[in-house]
Design a protein around this ligand. Structure first.
Ligand code: ASP
Length: 453
């Protein structure tokens, strides 16, 4: 049995839905279909999820959401018309949206989740109606009734452990099950969404809960590329990679799969196949537990902007028991999560995502570190990019770090910091954002472009 997930661009138009129908019905094992909300039809288009956010925001500032609502409905109406679906389908979506808008707005972030979740929920109903209109037994499944329980964290929910056993009974249902991605219900019955792009997570949870043989994740690229194609033209496709490699790469900027989506599949040992809705016969990329890693040390290079580092130095830091805890404790007090902490004898840097705080909070954090930890020096460096060089083969290969740093030196990129993950699956370079592109290109050339003699 396979769980199949389709992303927003695979469901953006009637034509795309027809491809989805062909893909699902071509293989009897494709039993559970997880859907996103309709995504972009072309580069400048707006995703339904973003339209819904605008709609919720209008409501929250007491503006008439009529126009925003019409924009959302229009997206479904165009698809329904292209597919000749009965009028009742759109009427049902319309009524559902009105009910949501009329609901309690006292807790804005919960109201926002309720509206965001409608994108996938209504799309699942529409997709089920389409499959039925084509004479196939298909059923919309409501996540609450199926047992997908999540924590009550708006916009950042996590599946509760008991969900897995409850969802397993979906195996007993007949027909193709169309399951909306991106959200679940709290124990109290309220809607909470995962973080953005979270339908990938739903698919992985279902694959685990139903003990699927494969989790197929359909998107709009033929494969996961070894480097961002907007930085290097036509980069090498990755045929196979491990969960750990994919997790490292998606953490640092590979957007093909949500970085939290791997864990449920990994725990149940279910391979994940990234495939292209627009070219389903391409084998795609397979994510597995172990792979043959004799093809060189590096499988991919990812990079992401928007980091800063807080550099703290204090003479004899190495002997001060509890220094690290106190330092991280200050960040914890402000609800800040950190990414890395490269350290020396008398100094340590903490790398954080800049989007988490404003200048005022940063000033407070720095003052507290200075005053409470009696640091000699506290400095903040902004606008950093992190580059992750990833590959299981690194463990067996000598000199990967040397090659990488030599390539960066040749490209005249100043390395601000280096961190080699304890797992030896990745190494991280911190560089200035302005050097990011050049650095990634230099590393790609070093590890992927065959040397012609
Ligand atoms: N529609 C949601 C988003 O745009 C979730 C998803 O597509 O996975 O973030």
């Amino acid at each position: 049995m396979k769980v199949v997930k389709f992303g927003g661009s695979s469901l953006a138009s009637g034509r795309q839905l027809e491809k989805v129908f062909q893909i699902v019905t071509a293989d009897r094992e494709r039993k559970v279909v997880v859907v996103s909300a309709p995504g972009k039809r072309y580069a400048e288009d707006t995703k339904v999820t973003d339209l819904l956010i605008e709609c919720a925001e209008s409501c929250l500032v007491n503006q008439d959401p009529k126009e925003k609502l019409a924009a959302v409905l229009e997206r479904y109406a165009v698809i329904a018309e292209e597919l000749n679906l009965p009028d009742g389908v759109i009427q049902e979506i319309h009524d559902d949206l009105l009910t949501r808008i009329a609901s309690n707005q006292d807790k804005p972030d919960r109201f926002l989740d309720l509206l965001k979740a409608s994108g996938e929920d209504n799309n699942a109903k529409l997709v089920a109606a389409y499959f039925q209109s084509r004479g196939v037994e298909a059923h919309y499944v409501n996540p609450r009734e199926a047992g997908l329980l999540v924590s009550d964290e708006p916009g950042n929910a996590q599946a509760l452990p008991e969900s897995y056993e409850r969802l397993n009974s979906l195996n007993d249902r007949s027909g193709i099950l169309i399951f909306p991605g991106f959200f679940g219900y709290s124990v109290n019955g309220e809607v909470f969404t995962f973080s953005r792009s979270g339908s990938d997570i739903t698919g992985s949870i279902l694959a685990n809960a139903l003990k699927a043989d494969l989790y197929e994740n359909f998107t709009d690229v033929d494969a996961v590329y070894s480097v961002n194609p907007s930085i290097v033209k036509k980069p090498k496709e990755i045929k196979e990679l491990t969960y750990r490699e994919m997790r490292e790469l998606s953490y640092a900027g590979f957007k093909v799969l949500h970085d939290e989506a791997l864990v449920p599949a990994f725990r149940a040992g279910i391979p994940v196949n990234i495939k292209n809705t627009n070219n389903p016969s391409a084998p795609g990329t397979l994510i597995v537990n172990n792979r043959d890693n004799t093809n060189g040390p590096v499988i991919g290079i990812a990079s992401d902007k928007g980091f800063c580092s807080i550099y703290v130095s204090k003479y004899l830091m190495n002997r001060e028991i509890g220094f690290g805890r106190k330092l991280l404790g200050v960040l914890e007090d402000y609800g800040l999560s950190y990414e890395h902490t490269p350290s020396g004898i008398d100094d340590v840097s903490v790398i954080l995502r800049e989007s988490q705080f404003d200048e005022k909070i940063m000033d407070e954090v720095i003052n507290r570190i200075k005053n409470e930890l009696h640091a000699d020096e506290v400095k903040v460096a902004h606008s950093l990019a992190l580059i992750m060089v990833v590959g299981e083969g690194m463990r067996q290969n000598v000199g990967t770090m040397a090659k990488a740093s030599k390539a960066l030196a040749k490209a005249k990129v100043n390395i601000e910091m280096i961190n080699q993950g304890s797992s030896e699956v990745s190494m991280m370079f911190g560089v200035k954002e302005v050097d990011e592109k050049r650095a990634v290109q230099a590393l790609y050339e070093e590890f992927f472009v065959p040397v012609t003699v």
